[in-house]
Design a binder for this molecule. Structure first.
Ligand code: ADP
Length: 177
């Protein structure tokens, strides 16, 4: 399993899709899952930039993983986003359910990704919602990077302020190691 982390707009979705196509891997995006399945009050919360409940995300992911044949590598985009989700993931690794080969942190500043998200134009890419997603990221997801560092995860940082092609080349180099 390869985990992609980074701010909204850091390129997790784009890079994940490229890698999955190029290397014939599964791509699991919890953001996609949420946009597909979540309705009502929880969808409103998502559209306001808030994270959804940990256990709910884990249950959703569990269901999807159960349908995937496990002889191919999985790229995980958008999970874990909290320390609790990271703890769950590492527990699965310890149980031997997955092998975690790389945690890739796509590093970019808020200024750079703010501009990209403005161009993307998803419903949760409105200025005030973007700011809320940044706050959620700093409050809940940034600590996951440090948590991974102190828990022996194979974490690497990649400069995600460059072009899509440059980042993609770098990821290919990394994944060969
Ligand atoms: P982004 O571009 O912000 O990385 P995503 O498409 O990955 O966006 O996720 C969109 C929204 O889905 C998030 O803002 C959040 O509300 C919800 N979401 C996705 N993954 C998770 C998760 N692991 N835990 C909680 N909420 C999640």
């Amino acid at each position: 399993m390869i985990v992609l982390m980074g701010l909204p707009g850091s390129g997790k979705g784009t890079q994940g899709k490229m890698l999955a196509d190029e290397l014939d891997m599964h791509l699991v995006s919890t953001g996609h899952l949420v946009r597909l399945y979540v309705t009502g009050e929880r969808r409103q919360r998502m559209l306001a930039g808030e994270l959804l409940d940990d256990q709910e995300m884990i249950d959703m992911l569990e269901k999807l993983l159960a349908t995937i044949d496990d002889n191919k590598e999985i790229i995980l985009d958008g999970f874990p986003r909290t320390v609790m989700q990271a703890e769950w993931l590492m527990e699965q690794v310890k149980k031997g359910r997955f092998q975690l080969s790389h945690v890739i942190h796509l590093k970019a500043s808020e200024d750079v990704v703010r501009e990209r998200l403005g161009l993307r134009g998803r419903l949760d890419d409105k200025q005030e919602v973007i700011e809320e997603r940044f706050r959620e990221y700093q409050r809940l997801t940034a600590p996951v990077v440090d948590w991974f560092k102190t828990h022996g995860a194979p974490l690497v940082e990649v400069d995600a302020e460059r072009t899509t092609t440059e980042i993609n080349d770098d990821l290919h180099r990394l994944l060969k190691i």
